[in-house]
Design a protein around this ligand. Sequence first.
Ligand code: PLP
Length: 273
Amino acid sequence: PYCFADGQFVPTQDATLHASDLGLIRGYGIFDFFRTVNYQPLFLEDYLDRFIRSAEKTFIPLPYSRSELKEIVSELIQKNDLKAGGIRMVLSGGMSENHFSPGKGKLFLFAEELIFPAKEKYEQGIKLLTLEHVRPIASIKTTNYALAVWHSHIWKEQGAEDVLYHQNGYVSESSRSNFFIVKNNEIITPSEHILLGITRKNILKLADIPVHIRPLTLKETLEADEAFITSTTKILLPVTQIDEQPIGTGKPGPISLDLLKRFKNLESELTKA
Ligand code: PLP
């Protein structure tokens, strides 16, 4: 595979970053990740909006314009014959004399193979483990997932698929996905301390029942009829258990499954040849 590494396309194994880059020594950088379907980047404008916003909010100068980014993306798809896969854009904090202030960002784009969760997870739903935590600067897509990686041994040990973050009685999101419940034929999704997911945005657009974007309590969550998470790499996964508590009937709910179907229809419509 080829990647775009700081100004040029090179075989991915030859991409290098200076060892003093802020990305490594301070964990300072941003990224984004989207899919290609039928050689087309799905919701590219949304992902570019978020990537450019993350760069601005972290004060890392992005060395390319939006239209240049788009050209790099299409060249990367061509070079990798990336019919269906993932593209990871990373902007690291760059080099700085004081090893602290962001320098000129270094941009990398990687073409990646994408493996969806196993079919059984969509059919049976997944378990989340509640964890008291709130992600710092949650609305910015930073590369700092240190705590999430570190926590992963806890939820794996408990047979969970991921975590459900909560604090002061309110839930926010999972480590790499957004969270929703369905109660009395209405969808509720947290408004605070979350990354504004592109999948979340599009799932909400597809809903044909009332949607509430507001603080959501853990108590309401445990009493929900259905629950699910969304992300670029999972699309929509039903959540059927939180800690030791089954959610609703303990099986994926009809509204969750219908939204997943609608999303897949939209996806094929948008990426028709
Ligand atoms: N929340 C967090 C913390 C994430 O890292 C991600 C995706 O990586 C999401 C939510 C879901 O966002 P998206 O649907 O844009 O992939």
